[in-house]
Write a protein that binds this ligand. Structure first.
Ligand code: FRU
Length: 327
């Protein structure tokens, strides 16, 4: 039996040892990659967290459908869906929730670059593979990006419009959300593609934030302040359609409308109906993201950091033949 100072010393040492052991254990738990650690079998599928910035726009519903269709074939995958309802802060919180829930991989289509960069980087730094779809984040703290070349699409739209106006024309540009990367790239590319001609001018520019009702309102203003409008370049088909409705309501005819997305039941149909003069395909990347997720989780395969998807141009001349590829 220990007594006096020896006993105190023994108790202290024991307490310290216990504290140290507990600390090491807790540290070990924390250090472990927080990935879901699922087996990737039908009984214990890999869990993919999918953070979608909104489902209010048809193109985003298509992206989720494409992801779901590709994942349906793979019983070893399960997707947990989040819809941020077009709110960057909500999307940020949802990414953090997914990470805390223990996902094996994150797919994200971010609303805006700046506010989503940090949560994406944090997930990536915790060892969770992250696939960024369509809209980019800043920096390189993610596993892979999949999306079409928005600058190129903008450039092609600019070239199409330059040809169409033949040296004389007044243009309205209805931009997508300029805090998202496709908006900025579709604008920069357009300026390049349109080139400089003395009598071709962009007379009205507005950020309609990808939304048809906003585009319609902005087009009302454009028409009120401009007696002549020859072309509308909208960064997406809902925007082009909103502008078309505004022009129609105002009785303004002879305007060329160009959009982007080319969903079969949306932009492509508008071209068939003579509402749009052109639309450019903007693939969702859903199928490619699932193939990549499988490569990462199952085959542990090294991936390309950047996958660039192609586009197609649809006009009244080629729409019945499925459009034409743009090399
Ligand atoms: C849908 C959407 C599409 C557009 C894409 C750009 O939210 O606005 O219409 O092509 O996002 O990220």
């Amino acid at each position: 039996m220990l007594r006096g100072p020896a006993r105190v010393l023994f108790t202290l040492t024991l307490t310290l040892a216990l504290l140290l052991a507990f600390g090491l254990f807790a540290f070990g738990c924390k250090k472990k990659a927080p990935s879901g650690g699922h087996a990737g079998t039908a009984a214990d599928p890999f869990v993919i967290g999918m953070s979608q910035c909104n489902l209010g726009e048809p193109w985003r519903v298509q992206m989720n459908d494409d992801l779901a269709a590709a994942a349906k074939e793979r019983p070893e995958l399960k997707i947990v869906w989040k819809d941020a309802q077009n709110d960057s802060l909500r999307q940020r919180a949802q990414v953090e929730e997914l990470v805390a829930e223990g996902i094996d991989l994150l797919i994200i289509s971010p609303k805006e670059a700046a506010p989503l960069t940090k949560p994406v980087a944090e997930a990536f730094q915790k060892g969770i593979p992250v696939i960024v779809l369509d809209r980019a984040v800043d920096g390189d703290q993610f596993t892979a990006f999949i999306g079409a070349d928005n600058r190129k699409i903008g450039r092609e739209a600019g070239r199409f419009i330059a040809k169409k106006v033949g040296g004389h024309g007044k243009i309205v540009e209805l931009q997508g959300l300029m805090t998202s990367t496709p908006g900025r790239d579709r604008h920069d590319g357009f300026v390049e593609g349109l080139g400089k001609q003395d009598d071709v001018k962009v007379v009205f520019t507005a950020d309609m934030q990808w939304l048809e009702p906003n585009a319609r309102k902005e087009m009302d203003s454009a028409l009120t302040t401009n007696a002549q409008v020859d072309v509308v370049y909208a960064h997406n088909d809902p925007g082009a359609h909103g502008a078309y409705l505004a022009a129609k309501a105002a009785g303004r005819t002879g305007i060329v409308f160009v959009g982007i997305d080319a969903l079969p039941h949306e932009g492509v149909q508008y071209v068939k109906d003579g509402i749009l003069d052109a639309t450019f395909a903007y693939p969702t990347g859903g199928k490619e993201a699932i193939a990549m997720a499988l490569d990462l989780l199952k085959n542990k395969k090294q991936l390309a950091k950047q996958t660039t998807l192609g586009t197609r141009l649809y006009t009244k001349d080629n729409v019945d033949k499925g459009g034409e590829e743009i090399p």
